[in-house]
Write a protein that binds this ligand. Structure first.
Ligand code: FES
Length: 106
């Protein structure tokens, strides 16, 4: 079944494994991540303070915030490293042809 909620945010070729980029989905800032060939989308704003996760670094299967070094699990958005204690929102991602698509939340 097609889900019209999904919006195209990038092409597969734009984001190699181990890379991430800032995209927007609806009104949300989103950090789109290619982790070993699988695509994941997290809200881009760190839940600790106002920092953009897409300016941070991918370390293993976590994304590290650029401001205080807190981290989130890329697959789940769960907090992985202090001072981050709250999860970040995740979004559904799918690949259709060569397009990476994300569904807005809510
Ligand atoms: S703003 Fe991200 S760890 Fe502080």
């Amino acid at each position: 079944m097609t889900d019209p909620a999904f919006v195209t945010v990038a092409t597969v070729a734009e984001l190699s494994p181990g890379e991430m980029m800032y995209v927007e989905v609806g009104d949300d800032p989103v950090c789109l991540i290619n982790l070993g060939g699988e695509f994941y989308a997290l809200n881009d704003i760190c839940t600790h303070q106002e920092a953009s996760l897409s300016d941070g670094e991918i370390v293993g299967d976590e994304v590290e915030c650029p401001l205080h070094g807190g981290a989130f699990e890329i697959r789940t958005g769960a907090p992985a490293s202090f001072p981050v204690v709250s999860p970040v929102d995740t979004y559904r991602v799918r690949v259709v042809g060569d397009e990476v698509q994300v569904a807005p939340n809510g």
